[in-house]
Design a protein around this ligand. Structure first.
Ligand SMILES: Nc1ncnc2c1ncn2[C@@H]1O[C@H](COP(=O)(O)OP(=O)(O)OP(=O)(O)O)[C@@H](O)[C@H]1O
Ligand SMILES: [Mg+2]
Length: 413
């Protein structure tokens, strides 16, 4: 449970306590450690359970609630206090803050406000102080050419991450017109991205989870809209709200973006912590990557998030040498995935992920390595020293000389 914020709450009123409890229980980024219906028992509950956050409702008895905050501040200084009340009286808010509350939320508590408060507490507690990031990780998977293996990587990465019990993972198919993540997972989803974006203002965590399809690996899928006409209803703004909810709910969110590099894809890049750019070692792909990198420079911070993943390493024909590819794109390779046509066809046809279909295959081990490298558990596989397919490289090196000047400039970076 290292990725969640542990919470204890006290509210003597059954109705409001139930509402808050439901909210916390539906959030994967939160673990409800203890609930309490008596102010006087709460200090003991906190000292026994050592939660990260203590939620104190002031509605039942304001004086007792304020006194409790004061006591908690001195008795349990490591427990961040969050006060809630149906009164928004300025004096009460001030008293609660002076008594030790880090945050104050009005009842009915809105999901967005609650998420924002918990994010601030988490940031102060784990981000700022110990540098330990307990937030959600958003990984966008893009490709420099059609059919390079983005969906294969996004789906299998999602399933591998979801196989770890402490993770909760969602995959969003952002190839809005012709995405096929549902085929890779052999699922027939009831709802799609359009249902979620259209109902975003009414959505809570439970409804969000019910709108996603859970695969047997534990991965939650949010598929592309069924109707092509619906694609235009999905805007960068509506997506940002969906991303916000997903981020608060899951420990990892994988975004399979389209090859159109549309506004919604750029919104995904902005939201992501890492943008995996999948390429194969052929001329069109590398040329596209050089061009894309130039455009990415225009988007704040995007170049730094970019991680190049070379897929289908070892493919026989037309492959450019890895060293030459690195010089050309002017950056290191983050990871390499081997070519394994037979296994990948089986995986696709059967609609099962690599960890189920071929858990010991080198391609599965490489995908596992990619997941570990992204989550910081192991080093990237940069391919230093590898020299695949020299013969193919000799024939392609002459093509590289015809690249436009801009590409040549980038090569020398
Ligand atoms: N490492 C690999 N080895 C062999 N075949 C692979 C590998 N990765 C992907 N493939 C195959 O390549 C094909 C395209 O893969 P995939 O659909 O994942 O690419 P994509 O980039 O998502 O395509 P699109 O541009 O249509 O979205 C699939 O048939 C898949 O099985
Ligand atoms: Mg795809």
């Amino acid at each position: 449970m290292s990725n969640v914020l542990r919470i204890a709450m006290v509210d003597p009123r059954d109705d409001s306590r139930e509402v808050l409890k439901k909210m916390f229980l539906s959030m994967d980024s939160v673990w409800l450690e203890a609930e309490c219906s008596r102010y006087e028992f709460f200090p003991d509950v906190v000292s026994q359970s050592s939660p990260d956050v203590g939620v104190v409702s002031l509605d039942s008895d304001t004086e007792k609630g304020i006194n409790l905050l004061e006591r908690m501040r001195s008795d349990s200084p490591d427990c961040a206090l969050l006060a809630v009340s149906s009164s928004t009286d300025g004096q009460l808010i001030l008293r609660a803050i002076r008594a030790g509350a880090k945050e104050f939320l009005p009842i009915p508590v809105s999901l967005e406000d609650l998420m924002a408060s918990l994010a601030r507490i988490s940031e102060a507690k784990f981000g700022g102080l110990s540098g330990k990031n307990r937030g959600s990780k958003i990984i966008a998977v893009a490709g420099a050419s059609g059919g390079v293996g983005c969906t294969s990587i996004a789906v299998n990465l999602g399933c591998i991450l979801a196989s770890e019990p402490q993770n909760s993972v969602a995959l969003v198919d952002l190839d809005l017109a012709i995405g096929d993540a549902d085929v890779f997972l052999d699922t027939i989803p009831d709802y799609s991205l359009i249902d979620v974006t259209e109902n975003i203002s009414r959505l809570d965590f439970q409804l969000l989870k019910r709108s996603l399809t859970k695969h047997s690996s534990g991965l939650y899928l949010l598929p592309r809209p069924v109707q092509l006409q619906d694609v235009q209803l999905i805007t960068p703004d509506s997506l940002r709200r969906v991303f916000g909810l997903l981020k608060a709910t899951f420990t990892h969110v994988v975004l399979d973006v389209s090859k159109g590099f549309t506004e919604t894809d750029i919104a995904a890049f902005e939201f992501a912590n890492d943008v995996l750019m999948v390429v194969q070692l052929d001329l069109p792909c590398l040329r596209n990557l050089v061009r894309l990198q130039m455009s990415f420079d225009e988007v704040d911070g995007l170049r730094d998030k970019l991680k190049v993943v070379v897929n289908r390493v070892g493919l026989e024909s037309g492959q450019i040498k890895l060293k030459r590819a690195k010089e050309t794109i002017g950056r290191d390779i983050f990871f390499q995935i081997p070519n394994d046509y037979r296994t990948m066809i089986e995986v696709r046809n059967n609609g099962v992920p690599l960890i189920e279909q071929a858990p010991k295959a080198p391609i599965t081990i490489a995908m596992q390595g990619l997941a570990d490298a992204i989550t910081g558990k192991s080093d990237p596989d940069t391919g230093d020293g590898d020299e695949p397919n020299q013969a193919a490289n000799q024939s392609s090196s002459s093509w590289l000389n015809f690249w436009p000047n801009k590409g040549a400039k980038s090569r020398s970076k």
